[in-house]
Design a protein around this ligand. Structure first.
Ligand code: COA
Length: 340
């Protein structure tokens, strides 16, 4: 256990797999997630992630012979204005209760933000958010969460569902013709083989995005150890034009990813319409996104905005990087919010 700040024996170490066991134990203990599930996710994340490079996988705070704190990275490749940048999501900052309130949380944030040219954070708790903002991270004003209810419980919710339905019924005036497009529902365990070709053809339409090539999509969705994701595959004359990923439970269906043109209204509308139709047995449908075209497709189809914005933060060490926080393409499939 660390002693007081002035004679503190605890030290920060960058780690790779040598500290995997104690860090997983710390995570499992803190979040009540089972150790075996945490371990399966850890192995998938760090043994199969195609973006793993030479750098450390995170930082651990080591007290007297044991790990008392941890901050992990998810290594990623970013495409930023056409330039490829090795970057990372920062996730899961956790300190044992006895190590809190001693400045370690702030020090973790300082270490993490200087480790890559750009560091991203998504799904951040309130206290962690305050610590990050105080240390130079900036919040995205583009990210929003949308929902669509299939199960109204109160008179007010019934009224809102009426509004949802009327939006859907009138959307025919606003929708574009999609007659040459087809859409198929499938399992993400079997992704289409033409993902690299699709990524190459759409990547320049995005300003800031995590590289969604075949290696990434295979790792993130086909190989996930716990989740069984589904796909919506849009083709135009049999050629892959867009791909969306969603997950579905009785409680909630969540549209978690999209690979396609940043302004492809037709594909996005078809995806959202099909997502609603295929998720009729879920009480709630949800989607979090930054992209204006996708937000419009959700709105036209009756989705409503949550009042609170999720937290998506960016820190940049790049010289002359004035515009850190705008024009990102981010959804729930990015970062770790949808791992468990
Ligand atoms: C969140 C957490 C990492 C913070 O670490 P910490 O070592 O306790 O924080 P620090 O002592 O470095 O304090 C950092 C800042 O938070 C403030 N702070 C710390 N504890 C606080 C509390 N309970 N209430 C309000 N502010 C607090 C400090 O005043 C300091 O402010 P500053 O930014 O102006 O310097 C730690 O509390 C924790 O592990 N919590 C449980 C897991 C969790 O919630 N993780 C975050 C989500 S990934």
């Amino acid at each position: 256990m660390p002693s007081r700040r002035h004679d503190d024996p605890a030290r920060f170490v960058g780690y790779r797999n040598h500290l995997a066991e104690p860090v997983i134990a710390l995570l499992a203990d803190n979040t009540k997630n089972q150790y075996s599930q945490r371990k399966a996710i850890w192995n998938w994340l760090y043994q199969h992630n195609p973006f793993i490079g030479d750098k450390e996988l995170g930082f651990a705070l080591v007290g007297q012979n044991r790990v008392v704190g941890y901050n992990g990275f998810i290594p990623i490749h970013l495409l930023r204005d056409g330039e490829l940048i090795c970057s990372a999501w920062s996730f899961d900052t956790i300190l044992l209760p006895e190590a809190r309130g001693r400045g370690y949380g702030g020090k973790f944030v300082d270490l993490v933000k200087s480790s890559y040219p750009i560091v991203l954070g998504y799904g951040i708790g309130d206290l962690q958010a305050k610590i990050m903002l105080n240390r130079g991270y900036r919040a995205s004003a583009e990210i929003e969460r949308f929902f669509y209810s299939n199960s109204p419980r109160t008179v007010r919710e019934w009224g809102k569902c009426g509004l949802q339905l009327s939006k859907r019924l009138t959307r025919s005036h606003q929708r574009v013709e999609v007659s040459n497009l087809s859409i198929d529902i499938g399992s993400a365990r079997h992704l289409p083989s033409e993902i690299d070709r699709l990524w190459d053809s759409v990547k320049s339409s995005h300003k800031n995005i995590v590289v969604r090539d075949s290696a990434y999509m295979q790792w993130r969705y086909a190989m996930h150890p716990v989740k069984d994701y589904s796909t919506l595959v849009v083709r135009e004359n049999n050629v892959l034009r867009a791909l969306a990923i969603f997950e579905q439970t009785k409680k909630c269906a969540n549209l978690v990813d999209y690979l396609g043109g940043a302004n492809d209204r037709e594909a996005m509308q078809l995806i959202v319409e099909t997502f609603i139709m295929t998720s009729s047995s879920s009480h709630l449908l949800a989607c979090t996104c930054t992209n204006a075209c996708l937000k419009s497709a959700l709105g036209i189809n009756g989705f409503r905005r949550y009042r609170d914005r999720p937290k998506f933060y960016v820190y940049s060490n790049l010289d002359n990087d004035q515009d850190w926080t705008s024009s990102w393409f981010v959804m729930d499939g990015d970062s770790d919010v949808n791992y468990y």
